[in-house]
Structure formats: structure tokens, C-alpha cells
Design a protein around this ligand. Structure first.
Ligand code: AMP
Ligand code: FE
Ligand code: FE
Ligand code: ZN
Length: 275
């Protein structure tokens, strides 16, 4: 018998490219009846550092999501149960933040050359104090009337082979795994369906991740089944989450829509306890 628990282990806040602040995410999680969540911002733990220890009955797992690249595929590595005061981790996050800023400047310059008059200061304003990313550039493009949606900003300008795309220096998969393990966390391969190559997914698992994100808002039922079997076969823990970034245009937010089996949460916590 499988019991599903109201857990969502993949959520973003305004500390990266989400549109809800941490208190807003917590309110929404409680409103959805969630009992366990993880905050997994891109390249930052800033939201988690503002978390008070005695606020709610909601269990919050400290998480992170690193963007890495492998054989021209984007590979995202989640880390669960990390020590957010780990020095090596914080040092790397600082470097990644600076790197994101200079890359955003370069992308704005490209867009200016392409006739889109947006400014870096506007993009920075949209990012607020958090890590800056392509989503904020897409928001600036939309605000200035060059596109109708964030999605259109990506498809016309910002996608990996788009005219305004500038790569940023990323961690290697092995760096990300080591950094997460070094901070006492459990590395998990995010949304394998978006990697786009299952042999590569298996290669990444063999590099030392301990979990596979089986349930994800981008996966259909067939992919969910396939990655569940892969996780069990390769003896890594299945995990799941919505990857909610806040409400998406007219669409409702994804938070809470993907309950996961309680055994998965227990297995993840067991790994967190020994790492
Ligand atoms: P960056 O970290 O700056 O390279 O931006 C990557 C982030 O952009 C991802 O984590 C998503 O949140 C978002 N993203 C990627 N592709 C798209 C897309 N086609 N439409 C909307 N958002 C996207
Ligand atoms: Fe994102
Ligand atoms: Fe991701
Ligand atoms: Zn994510």
C-alpha cells in the first residue's frame, strides 16, 4: 500500500527566479496542506538564511539547485539537507552570483544590439537582492513591450541557441555533487525528463548522485513510471516536487500538486541523516 504525503521537494523563491518570497511560499504551502517542503533556489541559500527556526509545524528541508552542463545538455543537480553555513559552499555561491551578474550584463548588451532597449539596472531591479537569471531578463523584455510573455522571451532571444544567449560558467556535475556532499547534503538529479537523453541520465547517476527526481511537473505518467523504475534499478532514492516558481501568467501556481509517497521522503531523510 502506498501512502502519499503532502510533500513538495522542489520550490523556488525570490532569492532566485521565483516570484514568491519565502514567507509567501510558506503561506501557500500551509494553505495547500503540505507537511514537508524543500526550498531549492538556483545557486543560493539566501532565502533559507532568513528562516526562523520556530515558525510553523511545516517541515522545511534546506535545499539548493545547481545548473551544470554536460555534453551540451543542461543538467540540474538538487542538494537536500545541506548545511547552509558550510564555508566551501558559501564561497562557491558567491563566485556563481558574480558570474551570473556579468553574464546578465553581456546578455543585455546583446539585446541592445538586437534593438531591444532594456537596461541592466532594470534587470537588476527585477532580480532584487537575489541571484540574477534569464527569467529576470525575460521579465524586463516583457515589461518594455518587446515580448508578450516570459516564455516568448526565452523562445525568441534567451534559449540556449537564441540570439541573446550567453553561456555562464557553471559547476561541473562532479563539482556540484562534491560540494553538496561536502556540505552534508544529498545530491539528486533534477527533472531527468528535461535532460533529454536517458543514457546521459544513467551516466550522471553513476557519477554519484544518490537520488532521482521521479515526480516533476514536466514529467508525464509514462516518464514518471520510467524514472521510478530507473531509480529502483540503480538503487537511488526517488524524489519529487513541483518546481513551482510562483503563478505563471494566467496559470495557477504548481505548488502542492504533486504529492509523493511517504516512503520516498523517509528514504531521503535516512540518507540526509547519514550524510
Ligand atoms: P539561468 O539560470 O539564468 O540560466 O535560467 C534558467 C532558468 O530559466 C530555469 O531554471 C527556469 O526557471 C527558467 N527557464 C528556462 N527555460 C525557460 C523557458 N523556455 N520558459 C520560461 N522559463 C524558462
Ligand atoms: Fe528557475
Ligand atoms: Fe531545474
Ligand atoms: Zn527548479
Amino acid at each position: 500500500m502506498i501512502f502519499r504525503v503532502p510533500a513538495d521537494l522542489h520550490l523556488h523563491t525570490t532569492a532566485s527566479d521565483g516570484t514568491w518570497s519565502l514567507p509567501e511560499v510558506i503561506n501557500m504551502a500551509e494553505a495547500c496542506g503540505l507537511t514537508t517542503i524543500s526550498i531549492t533556489d538556483h545557486d543560493t541559500v539566501d532565502a533559507l538564511t532568513t528562516l526562523s527556526t520556530s515558525h510553523t509545524g511545516l517541515e522545511i528541508i534546506a535545499g539548493i539547485e545547481f545548473g551544470t552542463e554536460y555534453s551540451s545538455h543542461e543538467v540540474h543537480i538538487l542538494g537536500y539537507g545541506i548545511d547552509i553555513s558550510n564555508r566551501a559552499l558559501l564561497k562557491t555561491l558567491e563566485t556563481l552570483k558574480a558570474e551570473r551578474e556579468s553574464r546578465a550584463r553581456a546578455m543585455v548588451e546583446r539585446l541592445n544590439e538586437l534593438g531591444c532597449s532594456i537596461t541592466f539596472s532594470r534587470v537588476k531591479e527585477l532580480a532584487g537582492p537575489g541571484t540574477i537569471g534569464r527569467v529576470h531578463i525575460a521579465q524586463a523584455l516583457m515589461g518594455a513591450g518587446y515580448t508578450q510573455s516570459v516564455r516568448e522571451g526565452f523562445s525568441r532571444y534567451l534559449e540556449i541557441n537564441g540570439p541573446a544567449y550567453v553561456p555562464r560558467k557553471k559547476l561541473t556535475i562532479r563539482n556540484a555533487i562534491e560540494l553538496i556532499k561536502g556540505a552534508g547534503g544529498v545530491p539528486v538529479l533534477a527533472h531527468p525528463g528535461l535532460v533529454g537523453d536517458d543514457q546521459l541520465v544513467k551516466d550522471v547517476i553513476n557519477m554519484g548522485v544518490l537520488g532521482l527526481e521521479v515526480i516533476h511537473s514536466s514529467h508525464d505518467r509514462w516518464q514518471t513510471g520510467k524514472y521510478y523504475r530507473m531509480a529502483r534499478q540503480m538503487q537511488v532514492v526517488p524524489t519529487g516536487g513541483s518546481d513551482c516558481h510562483g503563478p505563471q501568467g494566467k496559470d495557477k501556481a504548481l505548488i502542492g500538486k504533486y504529492a509523493i509517497p511517504d516512503t520516498w521522503v523517509r528514504e531521503l531523510k535516512d540518507l540526509m541523516a547519514v550524510s
